[in-house]
Design a protein. Sequence first.
Length: 157
Amino acid sequence: MKTKTNTTLTAKQNFLQFIKFTAFSASAGILQAVSFTLLNELTLLPYWPCYLIALTLSVLYNFTVNRRFTFKSAANIPKAMLQVALYYLIFTPLSTWWGEALTNIGWNEYIVFGGTMLINLTTEFLFYRLVVYRNSINTGKYAQKNHSPDLLDDLSQ
């Protein structure tokens, strides 16, 4: 099933979409931070495996909730997951590399981790919005069932 739309969002709708993405990403960030902290504090693992395990858990959760509630997309799920995997194929080695490099020269693990999360939030939103869901925003069942001209209504549901 090929789902394509040329939905043009207003500036207000784009802003609210970013707010929703940020809120869901914050909850994914909490999952990532808790799992990172548990691994970092309770195991003898170095920074990079703690980070990679926590990142993987966060990505799976974030993809699922943002696909349904932020972008309301009916896009081909395997294709969308592959596109997100390609994003992380670039982001993960780079962020693991700079994280390990910075912690090896004495930077605090949590400062590195927090900065990396902010970079991830910004670049991931842009990638989802401009690449993954570019032509399929508001095409899913959730969007059709809860269609409203003002996305503020969606925030309370």
